[in-house]
Design a protein around this ligand. Sequence first.
Ligand code: NIG
Ligand code: FE
Length: 429
Amino acid sequence: MGKLMVQNAKQVVLVCRNGEKVLKGESMKDVVVLEEDGQNGVSIIVGSNGLLEAIDHDAKIQQKYKETKFEKVIDATGKCVLPGFIDGHTHPVWDGDRVREFAMKLAGASYMEVHQAGGGINFTVEHTRKASEERLYELFKDRLERMLKCGTTLVECKSGYGLDLDTEIKMLKVIQKAKKELPIEISSTFCGAHSIPKGKTAEEATDDVINVQLPVVHKMMQNGELEVDHIDVFCEKGVFNLDQTKRILESGVNAGLAINFHGEELHPMKSAELGAELNARAISHLEEISDEGIKAMAKSGSIGVLLPTTAYVLRLNKPPARKLIDSGVAVALGTDFNPGVFCVSMPLTMHLACVNLHMSMNEALAAATINAAASLGKADTHGSLEVGKVGDLVIINAPRWEHLIYQMGGHDHLIQYVVKRGDVVYTKP
Ligand code: NIG
Ligand code: FE
């Protein structure tokens, strides 16, 4: 018995079809779409193992599978199918919203002014330290369910609102619980170096992350209590400098983590060059990246995770998406969901990437699928609809897939089903 058959689709967006592990430059412009051919729509088969087994025009699939029974059949007449979206950068485990701070920002306060007035990351840290594991989990679960409804089937989630051993571990445990209990898939990141905690210098905080927090994270990974994929640092003027960032990232690598960190957000820091030197899997933000930084990333193959929501809400300089793509840096996208930038939606993020960062819709989709998968080290199994990859699908009520980006904020209305490993995990009521 198969798990799922989708039939009669108008378009199925494969993204790529030759096992590409990342799309760069011109190739980001050519997202592969299988179209209805006049008589036949397109069918998709997900096998009992949750993996894609076949994608082809209806007649061929119906003939081949005429003897097979399926747990679920979806008639996608008039609909389009896309791969589940991959959100490459989020901070979703926290208590204490910052709605008041949004008002301050609208009145003209900058990110660092808010930070210095007791807002920003340290405000969230205070509330997150006080919150019980149960409360943090409930808040986190609600956010993940909202992301899933927006079509996200794999999301990178960071710790980083503890900045001390106990709270960082509490956050990573909350992420671990969600990995086991919720249908959305998670890639987790240890971000104990997200800010300098009150009462410590940057040097003391660096020492605490390297010699107190990381060893415990590592031990829990070895025990099988935690699965953590990445090490992250906020490399920024007034936060962690280049040398501190380097030491923390290297310690993370020694503990078995891949590098995926915040660089070049508010000030040029040469963090892109550092990331390239350390063979970072991904570097996020890049609003202030230099031409040398771009060259270094193009050479190292580090993925640039762009966050158009952040540049929009904080009114930052925009990351130079065109220059990055044209120089051969693979660009991915993330919502950067955090208490200062409250966005759970990859369709809206793609819309902002198109309008504000001058990316084409094909580029934005490649950035939200195969390249985001690459930024998490998961492009072998995720990020495109190819036989053998996970059966993660978004099915929309529209005759062309581009409606999902074009209809600004229209994803609530357009997304009919979200499928994770062949199971329907969201159906529009
Ligand atoms: O990616 N820049 C550092 N971290 C987050 C913001 C987190 C926060 O403000 O709570 C970011 O923008
Ligand atoms: Fe961030």
